[in-house]
Design a protein around this ligand. Structure first.
Ligand SMILES: Nc1ncnc2c1ncn2[C@@H]1O[C@H](COP(=O)(O)OP(=O)(O)OP(=O)(O)O)[C@@H](O)[C@H]1O
Length: 944
């Protein structure tokens, strides 16, 4: 009997099973842990008898048992040996450690052996199988807006951007795939076990986990984890204060029960091998608890019972089941201490490429696809919203509906707010409840749909508000009924069933399709309410002004959401969204629609209350922003992410008055909005405020997630921007086209910051034109883009002609020697350029010689950064000559190049003729510590 081939040992194709067992005996003795399953199968297939089994079971250690089994099957011949190997192969989870070995021997079972059945009798494997089966079943579909319309995960799932951060929250690049998420990439704390993933509402955190679970269930995730337990954090707040569970209960009762495991083998295995377990906990921000658990002991025993929240916290901290991996998701702004976090990941939604792929999945018809793509391109407001998968999905669903009803895809007007998107979604939902045939444009307009669906909408809004007031996201049947919702109404799609009535007393529970949808409806409830005092609409604004300290001790040890102070724009996101939607629903453009449901006088009253409140808060907020004076940029105003929330609310109100007020309140020369979690869609809102700013303004939006859509939305504001800082923002050449048009038209720009984006040579060409044609530009930051020698030449040509530029940063591109030659040409007789960085640009001595030549004819440059290139002794004498003649340079940074002691001597010689130079830094070159001593007489030549 011949099977497989041993690739690495060069054995002939078709190795005999007997020989394999002899050759690989050591691996097998070492890796095979489960003998019962092997014996069960050998026995039932008749290769061994009961007596054989008994003898083997008498061995006390597993290793001895394996040795004896090996001897036994080998003594029984080739067929028994082949079947033995086949058992190891087929009982997958029981022998998971052998998977690499099978790959190594390129295992191919013979026809004979394939006909013999293998039953996996190992309880642990059976449990793993059950877990995989359950997870596979539970994750197969993305639940769409009605239970009738589920879409297969694989038909719609599209990758999103996963940015890794270090412990100081600085970007470390992007993860490629979900294997990377649970892998070693980006780990900054080896002692911690929790991978912490944050992201804005609807950015796809849950779907990302769903995909992770689905991949694991299909064995397509690169992990050796045998157990995968998924939980939603909101379940932990659903327990009563007196409820108690153990880790074992959590896993078995609240996730998956092991059938037929009388000896408790599964749990023992989990405790023995915690590294084989992955947990996912979705929505840490959804834990709302005022329980005082401080008197409870911190349980660390897996069998001991305590409050479920403590079990969760102890798991995350690694006090329970140490060694297991946890993936925890939460909305942006939720903080967890670094000591608990293994790595930090931020989900950033769809990039333009992802969006293209996602659009194609939604619109397989080419014509529709082209139409939708064209419309999205034409409307950056929509494109911006679409970078967030949830909004994208809502928009696409609504378009499909419009298309089916009106036979064309007609996008909403140019000023699309989040409220308008959710109104559109509501229109789609409510029109579902109408009798068929009434959906034609001629018979039912938007106002009619809302009027007809008013009762159902009110009932849902009531339910949503009830939940928000009580911090609840899961509803019982009684809640649903008490709000006036009937069986048929549940089909509309606002809510979905979390758990079905199980016939044993557990009633069905429900939740809103998405928390943001619940926020939208809660805001609607405030608008619709005719009984309470109108000022009640402000209750979530005012509620946010004050917040009780969390009494939850473990939560505070992990670090909960950022503490709220009296700033009304600082709060939990779902409450912020209520405020945002309230602004949208009470805005002028929506008046005629809302008037269908609320008496006009009451509506007016609410509108004016909101406007007054907002105006006062805006004034207060802007006055409280930190400001400081800087020598070159005037008064700098430092905005925080709460400022962005304020701007979002103003945009939703569509009130030019409040926007004007906000613009006036900025009253500075420079607005710093770096690290504010600004998404592309927010740029419409920022533009809405900034277009009222009458003076010119520097704007720093570094380190956000603006992307090309955002830049398009900011287009009108570039006319007044003296500083345009868009570093680390996923910007490509498309944005540079917009910038070039606007900046060249208005010529006011002084600083252009585009560090760490995705700009290529095409973009560099346009930036070259900006430099050439904008007479005030003095600073350009283009490091870490994708600019080669071609782009370098364009930029250099612009710099050569500019009389204003004095600081250029090109670190981390690849302009090479050709680019260096062009920059050298630009430097010659330049009058303004004082700081230049061509660091890490693959420049060799050839480029170094061009640069040296240029330095002989330059009297402007003070600091020259050439770190991390490949310049060596071959350029030393040219540089030395240049140094002798140059009278402007103070610092030449040649760190991490390839100069030896010889080159260093030549440079030192040049320095002796130059009194202006303060430093040439040769740290990280090829000069030994011993050799450094030769240069003690020239302290300006530094090696450290
Ligand atoms: N990667 C993705 N591919 C396709 N669709 C996605 C993806 N991510 C999200 N979606 C769509 O967006 C919707 C919302 O996503 P999800 O519930 O995962 O957001 P979330 O980040 O967990 O939001 P929240 O913080 O409010 O819980 C999904 O129901 C799905 O329709």
């Amino acid at each position: 009997m011949l099977i497989g081939q041993s690739s690495d040992q060069g054995s002939p194709v078709g190795e005999s099973a007997l020989k394999i067992l002899t050759l690989h005996r050591e691996v097998l003795v070492d890796q095979v842990k489960n003998t019962q399953c092997i014996l069960d199968n050998l026995l039932s297939s008749g290769f061994v008898c009961n007596e054989d089994v008994e003898i083997i079971q008498r061995c006390t250690t597993k290793t001895d048992q394996v040795r004896n089994i090996l001897e036994l099957v080998q003594s029984k011949g080739e067929e028994a040996s082949a079947y033995f190997i086949h058992i190891l192969h087929e009982a997958y989870d029981a022998f998971i450690d052998l998977r690499p070995w099978f790959k190594d021997i390129d295992y191919k079972p013979s026809e004979f052996v394939q006909q013999l059945p293998v039953v996996n009798t190992d309880p642990i494997s059976k449990y793993c199988e059950k877990l995989r089966h359950d997870l596979g079943r539970d994750t197969r579909f993305i639940t769409s807006y009605s239970q009738r319309e589920e879409t297969r995960l694989e038909e719609l799932y599209t990758d999103t951007q996963m940015e890794i951060l270090n412990e100081s929250n600085e970007s470390q690049g992007y993860l490629e795939n979900l294997d990377d998420l649970i892998g070693e990439k980006g780990v900054f704390n080896q002692d911690a076990e929790t991978i912490f993933v944050t992201g804005d509402a609807g950015v796809g955190k849950s779907i990302m986990l769903q995909k992770l679970q689905n991949l694991w269930s299909k064995r397509e995730l690169d992990t050796r984890a045998k157990f995968f337990f998924k939980f939603r954090c909101r379940m932990f707040s659903a327990f009563k204060e007196t409820d108690e569970i153990s880790l074992k209960d959590l896993i078995f009762k609240h996730n998956c029960y092991p059938d037929m495991d009388p000896d408790n083998e599964v749990f023992s295995y989990i405790l023995r091998f915690p590294e084989t377990v992955i947990f996912t906990f979705d929505g840490y921000d959804e834990i709302h608890s005022d329980f005082d658990l401080s008197n409870l002991p911190e349980v660390v025993s897996p069998e001991e019972r305590t409050h479920p929240l403590l079990v969760l916290m102890n798991l995350l901290c690694g006090k329970l089941l140490k060694g297991s991996l946890k993936v925890l998701t939460a909305r942006t702004g939720t903080e967890v201490q670094n000591r608990v976090v293994r790595k930090r990941v931020i989900l950033k939604g769809f990039s333009p490429n992802h969006l293209q792929r996602y659009t194609a999945l939604h619109f397989p018809d080419r014509e529709h696809l082209a139409l939708v793509t064209m419309q999205l391109d034409a409307s950056p407001h929509l494109g911006g919203l679409c970078s967030i998968p949830l909004f994208c999905w809502i928009i696409f669903k609504s378009f499909k509906h419009l298309q089916s009803v009106y036979s064309d895809i007609d996008l909403p007007g140019s000023c699309v707010t989040l409220t308008s998107v959710f109104l559109l979604l509501s229109e789609v939902f409510l029109s579902r409840s109408s009798p068929p045939g009434l959906l034609k444009r001629s018979t039912r307009c938007t106002a009619d749909t809302f009027r007809a669906g008013g009762q159902v909408l009110t009932a849902y809004a009531h339910l949503a508000l009830l939940g928000m007031v009580e911090n609840r996201f899961v509803f019982q049947q009684e809640d649903v009924t008490s709000c006036g919702l009937e069986e048929d109404d549940l089909q509309i799609g606002y809510i979905r069933t979390v758990s079905q009535y199980d016939g044993c007393g557990s009633a069905a529970t429900f939740e809103f399709l998405h928390v943001t949808l619940q926020s939208f409806l809660a805001a609607f409830a405030l608008v619709l309410d005719k009984d309470s005092d109108p000022s009640e609409i402000l209750k979530f604004f005012t509620q946010c002004e004050y917040r009780k300290r969390s009494r939850f001790p473990c939560a505070s040890c992990l670090g909960r959401s950022q503490p709220r102070d009296k700033d009304p724009f600082k709060t939990n996101e779902h409450l912020q969204f209520i405020n945002l939607f309230l602004c949208g629903l009470l805005s002028k453009p929506n008046r005629s629609l809302v008037e269908q449901l609320v008496p006009p006088l009451l509506l007016k009253k609410k509108q004016s209350l909101l406007k007054t409140y907002l105006s006062n808060s805006v004034k207060l907020h802007l006055r409280s922003l930190p400001r400081y004076k800087s020598e070159f940029e005037g008064t700098k105003v430092h905005a925080m992410s709460t400022f962005v929330w304020m701007v979002r609310c103003i945009f939703e109100t569509n009130s030019e008055d409040v926007a004007r007020l906000a613009a006036k309140g900025i009253s500075g020369d420079y607005l710093k909005m770096a690290f504010c979690n600004i998404f592309s869609a927010d740029c419409s809102a920022i533009n809405f405020v900034l277009h009222h700013y009458s003076k010119s303004l520097g704007v720093d939006m570094d380190n956000n997630n603006i992307s090309d859509y955002g830049v398009k939305q900011l287009r009108p504001s570039f006319s007044k921007m003296t500083v345009v800082r868009l570093c680390v923002n996923q910007i490509t050449d498309c944005s540079i086209e917009v910038l070039a048009e606007e900046l060249i038209r208005y010529k006011v720009v002084k600083t252009l910051g585009l560090y760490k984006n995705q700009i290529t040579d095409a973009g560099a060409k346009l930036i070259g034109q900006i430099i050439e044609e904008c007479p005030r530009i003095h600073t350009l930051k283009l490091g870490l883009n994708k600019i080669t020698s071609i782009g370098g030449q364009y930029l250099a040509s612009g710099i050569k002609k500019s009389k204003s530029i004095f600081d250029v940063g090109m670190w981390g591109n690849t302009i090479g020697d050709k680019g260096a030659e062009a920059f050298a040409e630009a430097m010659k007789n330049h009058t303004s350029l004082t700081n230049l960085s061509l660091s890490a640009n693959e420049i060799t001595s050839e480029g170094g010689r061009y640069i040296a030549e240029a330095l002989k004819n330059n009297s402007s440059l003070h600091i020259f950064w050439l770190i991390g290139n490949k310049i060596s002794d071959e350029a030393a004498s040219d540089l030395s000559e240049a140094i002798k003649m140059n009278r402007a340079l103070t610092h030449i940074m040649l760190i991490d190049n390839q100069f030896s002691v010889h080159g260093a001597k030549v440079l030192a010689e040049g320095m002796s003729h130059n009194t202006t130079l303060k430093e040439i830094n040769l740290k990280g070159n090829l000069v030994s510590e011993e050799e450094e001593k030769h240069f003690e007489a020239e302290p300006r030549l530094r090696f450290h």
